[in-house]
Every structure is written in structure tokens, then in C-alpha cells.
Design a protein around this ligand. Structure first.
Ligand code: ATP
Ligand code: MG
Length: 578
């Protein structure tokens, strides 16, 4: 195999048309919101953000910026049992890292609890909400199904006075958890189950990460979300398709209350092959220690892929290329990796590292320990401004075990007895003998070098078929390198046999740790999160586990870009259904 760099990426597929942009354009034309565009990104702080959230972030911030609008960051924190400050902090950090800024507009649904409560009282006064004493189980039963209408609660016709009294006492903390709810009085016969008197408030004596013990009742997401949007005067409330059936309810609340009416627009969730994008299941992976944490480089979380070495630019380009649609599909992981390579190809300096070292002695090179040849190496052929560096060459080197074969199969052009190869930036060397251990394993090889070939070319014009990377043993930096495969073995990790859960699809080989790697000396200085290309091996990122003198690198992605192939295979490159 000739060690060439990957071919230049084919470039992003043309971005599909964006129907959300079209809606905004229409609204601007008709002056629907007085020319305003105000969006928000509304995570629930119950886990770390993942690549699916990045799609939503890019969309919300991207569209607002395009039309001179603003985007709020709002935490939908209505579920105290699952929410934590750690998640709030990580979300703030991740959205900033992705490159977006909400200025001073970070909000919390919990800041609106009082207003939302006042509005609930107003709905009661209007006969549009009632306190219901059915248990959760009974509420479910009364709700009916898609084919059967629901049954009205026996508490549905309580008087306004009784409802006000009971709801205020719920708020005062008089009743135990789960004993009562406040429900919207909409329509138990509606074909839309969300409209069958949905619960607005539940009793829950739980401490909230921001409001402490101030509230023994909490609004349901479906009641709080739309009102929070309204308070913030969100013009375009962009969310994922599963909320399409909830839109009539959100519209109903703001209409009953006569408050600002945001326009909800739904788009398809991002799904990626071999990738789990559910916070609940990602939490399970963390809690059950199936990964090293939320920021494990195998995780699809923004913290994980950042540690893996993905760049914000690559993620933004990816999100821009996949567009939005009205049907859920699944995107090939290879497309995301393509954007990572495309970005790193331009910016990551290329260095040499040997992951599985084989000792090479250059017999005709001087033995003196200070006999060193400082060779010139180009840092990035894609970027002249990256300059050059010196790489030390000496009598003992390491090469990759793979790059030597005692009995080369046909077509193997790397090193073997009697064969000559080029050392990257260095000399042509020829293998003259082999040293084996008692088991017959090759532990060292001996070569000669041709001093006339400094820089890699023979003055007599003779050719070699292969160029390999190497590191000088005396100058090498010892390192640990972590190689990754996908965390799941199935394209759809949720597809399981009966009786199994998604963890049955975890790839037992998703992490390989190599502890005896040898790096060229310039790599000693790479800071955590620094990204480099190890020639012929892929893109790598220095891990925060690195210690002084002992770097740890994660492989971000291998060099070969399979996307070109995928593009040929699928009619629509961005959305290959699997
Ligand atoms: P999960 O299902 O992973 O728990 P979620 O929808 O409950 O996700 P939220 O914190 O509510 O997580 O998400 C915040 C925003 O991000 C929402 O507007 C949601 O629609 C959007 N979002 C979440 N997952 C995806 C995804 N896979 N693709 C696109 N947008 C997403
Ligand atoms: Mg959600």
C-alpha cells in the first residue's frame, strides 16, 4: 500500500432546501411578528447534550442569526427529580464550545413558575381547568385509546370555587404526592389524545435544583413549555416531530389565556447509524459504567466527541449539510466523519507516531549516541503557513510492526528482507537481517541506509514503492493511544431480540488501549484537546488524561474516507435509509 494522504473530500452534498427558513421568510414578508425573529434552544437539564441537540442548536441559532434575530438558551427544568446543576453547567459549556452565544439571554422555566401558576388560576376561573382526584392509573384508563373516546373524570364538573380552593391548597403543600392533579378541561372525545384533559400540574414534594423546596407542585412540560415560549416572545418555536401532536394543545393554552402566540414548527430528529441518541439511555450507559463517563470519547455527547477530537466547525458543517425535513430518517455516521476529516485535513499538523513498535537498527549509521541527523519535515502540505519542523534520525528507530513482513505476500511493498523502502522525510533503507525471540517472533530488524538519499530521493533515480513512518528510538516520547470503534455493533442500536435491551448491542471492541506507543519528540508539547494527524494512521486528539512526559491520544477518526463510496451507493447521499 502506498502511504498517501486521503484524496481531497468530495465536499458537502448540496444542502436540501430548508422549509423552516421558507416559513420565516413568509412571516417576515407578511410582517406576522412585526419583522422579529426570536428562537430558543430549550434543553431539559437531565443529561448531557448529544449530536442530535447540535442539529437543533445550529438550526435555532443559525436561522435567527441569518435574519438578524436572537436566540435564547432556556432550560426547561420542570422535572426536579431528574435535573441537576451539573447538567446545566455542561449544557452552557457545550453550546458555547459549538460556537453560539445567547448574550445575557439564559432563562429557566423555573423562573416562570409563579407566572405559570397565576395562569393556571386564570384557567380555573374561566372553567378551563379542574382539580382531579383520579390516580395516575385511573387517568390513563379514562383517557381511552386512538380508537376509543375517553371517559370524563367524575371531578370534571367541580365548581370554580372548589377548584380554586383545592389548587391553592395543592400549592400550599397540603396533599401528598400523586393524590391530585390539575387538568386542562379540553375535550375527552378529541381524536388527539393530547387534548383529552391533559394534566397541567402534579403534586411532588421534591427539591428543585434552583427553586429548592418552594414548590410542592410542578407544571407538566406540556403546560409549561408553550407558556415559557410565550413569555419570551418566541416567534418561531422550532422543535422535533414528536411534538407535532402537542401543537394543538400549546395553541389552546395561549388562546385561552389570550397571550402572545408563538408559531411552533416541527422538524425531524437526527438519528445516526451505530449511535444512541437518547439521553435516558446515555444516562444508563454512564450509571452502569458501560462507558467511562458522559465525556467518554465513544459517547455521542458533545463532551464526548469533543474529547474524541471532533471540531465545532465540522459539527456545524455536518448539521448544515443534513438539512431538515418532515420525516424521520437515519443518517450514515460516515457523513459526520467525512466532515471531521475535511476540517482536520486543513488544520491538523501531520506528525509521526508508531503505535505498535518494531525496533530497527541501521547497521551502517554511526554508533555514537550524539550521532543525530535533524531532517526537515513539512507540518501540513495542505497549509503552507503551518511551516516545517525538525525530525531526529539516528541509528535505532521504531517502525510499525505491520510495515514489516518476513514472508511478504504478493503485492506487499513495505519492508521485507532484501527490500528497500523510503522513510518519510528521511532516507531509503534496505532490510538486511532479522532477529527473532525463542518463539520465532521478529523482535528487531537490521537495515542499511543510503546516505545519498537524504530527503527521500535516490540520485540515480531508482524508485521504491512504499514510504513508511518511523520514530527515532532515542528521541521517542512514550505514549498511550486509545483506538475506537463504534460503541454499538448494529446500525440501529435499538433493534434487539425479545428479552434484550439496547446494551446487548454494545460493541465489546469499541475501545483498544495501546500503552507502548512511540511518538516523534515534537508531540511531547501538544496540549490536551490538541489535534494532529499521525501520518498514515488517522487524526488524533490529546486527551486530558495526559501527564507531563506521557501523553495520551485518542484516535478521532481514521484517514480513509468511506463517504465517497456511500455517495455513489445512495440516491440521496445525506439520507440513506437503513
Ligand atoms: P432525548 O430524547 O435525547 O432525551 P430530548 O428531546 O428529551 O432528547 P431536550 O433536552 O428536551 O431533549 O432537547 C432539547 C431540544 O433539542 C429540543 O428542542 C429537542 O427537540 C431537540 N433535540 C433533542 N434530540 C434531538 C435530535 N436527535 N435531533 C434534533 N433535535 C433534537
Ligand atoms: Mg424533551
Amino acid at each position: 500500500m502506498t502511504p498517501t494522504n486521503p484524496p481531497p473530500p468530495a465536499g458537502p452534498p448540496a444542502a436540501p432546501s430548508n422549509f423552516i427558513r421558507d416559513i420565516i421568510l413568509r412571516d417576515l414578508e407578511s410582517n406576522k411578528f412585526a419583522g422579529r425573529v426570536q428562537t430558543r434552544f430549550p434543553p431539559e437539564p437531565n443529561g448531557y447534550l448529544h449530536i442530535g441537540h447540535a442539529k437543533s442548536i445550529c438550526l435555532n441559532f443559525g436561522l435567527a442569526a441569518e435574519f438578524g434575530g436572537k436566540t435564547n438558551l432556556r432550560f426547561d427544568d420542570t422535572n426536579p427529580e431528574k435535573e441537576e446543576q451539573e447538567y446545566v453547567d455542561s449544557i452552557i459549556d457545550n453550546v458555547h464550545w459549538l460556537g453560539f452565544d445567547w448574550e445575557d439571554r439564559v432563562f429557566f422555566a423555573s423562573d416562570y413558575f409563579e407566572q405559570i401558576y397565576q395562569w393556571a388560576l386564570e384557567l380555573i376561573r374561566k372553567g378551563k381547568a379542574y382539580v382531579c382526584d383520579l390516580t395516575a392509573e385511573e387517568v390513563r384508563k379514562y383517557r381511552g385509546t386512538l380508537t376509543e373516546p375517553g371517559k370524563e373524570s367524575p371531578y370534571r364538573n367541580r365548581t370554580v370555587e372548589e377548584n380554586l380552593d383545592l389548587f391553592q391548597r395543592m400549592r400550599a403543600g397540603e396533599f401528598p404526592d400523586g393524590s391530585r392533579t390539575l387538568r386542562a378541561r379540553v375535550d375527552m372525545a378529541s381524536p388527539n389524545l393530547n387534548m383529552r384533559d391533559p394534566v397541567m400540574y402534579r403534586i411532588l414534594h421534591a427539591e428543585h435544583h434552583r427553586t429548592g423546596n418552594a414548590w410542592p407542585i410542578y407544571p407538566m412540560y406540556d403546560y409549561a413549555h408553550g407558556q415559557s415560549d410565550s413569555i419570551e416572545q418566541i416567534t418561531h418555536s422550532i422543535c422535533t416531530l414528536e411534538f407535532e401532536d402537542h401543537r394543538p394543545l400549546y395553541d389552546w393554552f395561549v388562546e385561552q389565556l389570550g397571550i402572545f402566540h408563538p408559531q411552533q414548527i416541527e422538524f425531524d430528529r437526527l438519528n445516526l447509524t451505530y449511535t444512541m441518541l437518547s439521553k435516558r439511555k446515555l444516562l444508563q450507559l454512564v450509571q452502569d459504567k458501560l462507558v467511562r463517563g458522559w465525556d467518554d470519547p465513544r459517547m455521542p455527547t458533545l463532551s464526548g466527541i469533543r474529547r474524541r477530537g471532533y471540531t465545532p466547525e465540522a459539527i456545524r458543517n455536518f448539521c448544515g449539510s443534513i438539512g431538515v425535513s418532515k420525516t424521520n430518517g437515519i443518517i450514515e455516521l460516515g457523513l459526520l466523519e467525512h466532515f471531521v476529516r475535511e476540517d482536520l485535513n486543513k488544520r491538523a499538523p501531520r506528525m509521526m507516531a508508531v503505535l505498535r513498535p518494531l525496533r530497527v537498527v541501521i547497521d551502517n549509521y554511526p554508533e555514537a549516541t550524539d550521532a543525530v541527523d535533524e531532517l526537515d519535515a513539512v507540518n501540513n502540505p495542505e497549509d503552507a503557513s503551518a511551516g516545517t519542523r525538525k525530525v531526529p534520525f539516528s541509528r535505532v528507530l521504531y517502525i510499525e510492526q505491520d510495515d514489516f513482513k518476513e514472508d511478504p505476500p504478493k503485492g506487499y511493498y513495505r519492508l521485507s528482507p532484501g527490500k528497500e523502502v523510503r522513510l518519510r522525510w528521511g532516507y531509503l533503507i534496505t532490510c538486511v537481517s532479522v532477529v527473532k525471540d525463542e518463539q520465532g517472533n521478529v523482535v528487531e530488524i537490521h537495515c542499511t541506509y543510503d546516505p545519498a538519499t537524504r530527503g527521500g530521493n535516490a540520485p540515480d533515480g531508482r524508485k521504491v514503492k512504499s514510504t513508511i513512518h518511523w520514530v527515532s528510538a532515542a528521541h521517542a516520547v512514550d505514549a498511550e493511544v486509545r483506538l475506537y470503534e463504534t460503541l454499538f455493533t448494529k446500525e440501529n442500536p435499538n433493534a434487539v431480540e425479545e428479552g434484550q435491551d439496547f446494551t446487548a448491542n454494545i460493541n465489546p471492541n469499541s475501545l483498544e488501549v495501546l500503552t507502548n506507543c512511540k511518538l516523534e519528540p515534537s508531540l511531547a508539547a501538544v496540549e490536551p484537546f490538541g489535534r494532529v494527524q499521525f501520518e498514515r494512521l488517522g487524526y488524533f486528539c490529546a486527551d486530558p488524561d495526559s501527564a507531563p512526559g506521557r501523553p495520551v491520544f485518542n484516535r478521532t477518526v481514521a484517514l480513509r474516507d468511506s463517504w465517497a463510496k456511500i455517495e455513489k451507493r445512495a440516491d440521496n447521499p445525506a439520507k440513506a435509509k437503513v
